[in-house]
Design a protein around this ligand. Structure first.
Ligand code: PMM
Length: 271
């Protein structure tokens, strides 16, 4: 899943693709590089980000989604927690709603997904973006994130969403310390097995990778977001090996090749 952020303030690439033409060109590049799916977002969910008004979010994403649906040749998802924005994106041809709130912020979102027969990604977040990094705490992060995902999948089913339309995401970096993120990734295979639905993992360029690289990579200080693709690649291969079905990345070229090689090795191993 290649990331197309049409925002001025995303932590990883804010402002780079705010112009619709630039966003579309970037989406097409991601597909040429190997992305099988594009995720278009018009609101930053970075820690402390302020909410964007639905009209502004729609204005950012609608033209980009419409053109990518026409030109990219891969399914398009919309990264939003708002029903009106999701509805507009589905009208523009998106087929999946990627909701970082897992249907908690807008109670009308899951019924919309059911009614339209769309796919849904339900992601774990502790609280909300504004405050989620204020001292997040868990007794057992792997168990609690798993409990949450199982509960939200049940909520989607209760709203009428088919099982085949649901994917779950542990929400790396959303209300988690570096240790929580590492714990979730280290036990991702357990989580994948427990939830029994396809799992999406988004580690790309996140802060914990900068932290880890500054400790082990011989870096002086934390590398900024655009110098975390090497560390990201390690987590992409790890997630795929643990059974994640989708990895959400900014650098599709390296991720697609790494996953292809992993698939090949698994085929040889099984032969
Ligand atoms: N991360 C971000 C935004 N949306 N959606 C899902 N399902 N999983 C994620 O990990 C995720 C997401 C934040 O990253 P960005 O600002 O680079 O888009």
């Amino acid at each position: 899943m290649g990331v197309v952020n049409v925002t001025p303030d995303s932590f990883s690439d804010g402002g780079r693709w705010l112009d619709p033409g630039a966003a579309v060109a970037h989406g097409l590049e991601l597909v040429a590089a190997g992305a099988d799916l594009l995720d278009v977002g018009g609101e930053s969910t970075r820690p402390g980000a302020s909410a964007v008004d639905a009209a502004e979010e729609r204005a950012r994403i609608e033209p980009v989604i419409a053109r990518l649906v026409a030109e990219a040749g891969v399914p398009v998802s919309v990264d939003t927690a708002k029903r009106v924005v999701a509805a507009a994106a589905l009208d523009s041809g998106a087929v999946i709603v990627n909701d970082v709130s897992a249907g908690r912020f807008d109670p009308a979102l899951l019924p919309l997904v059911a009614e339209r027969g769309a796919g849904i990604v339900l992601m774990h977040m502790l609280g909300e973006p504004r405050t989620m990094q204020d001292d997040p705490r868990y007794d057992d992060v792997v168990r609690e994130v798993g409990d949450f995902l199982v509960e939200r999948a049940d909520a989607a089913r209760a709203a009428g969403v088919a099982d085949a339309a649901i994917a779950l995401d542990p929400g790396i970096g959303f209300g988690k310390t570096t240790e929580h993120n590492l714990d979730l990734l280290a036990h991702l295979d357990t989580l994948v097995e427990r939830v029994g639905l396809p799992v999406v993992v988004g580690t790309s360029r996140k802060r914990f990778i900068g932290r880890v690289l500054s400790d082990v990579g011989g870096e002086t200080g934390e590398p900024p977001a655009d110098r975390r693709d090497d560390g990201t690649l390690g987590t992409v291969v790890w997630a795929a090996e643990c059974g994640a079905r989708v990895v959400r990345v900014h650098d599709a070229h390296a991720a697609a090749r790494a996953v292809d090689l992993l698939d090949l090795l698994e085929t040889v191993e099984a032969a």
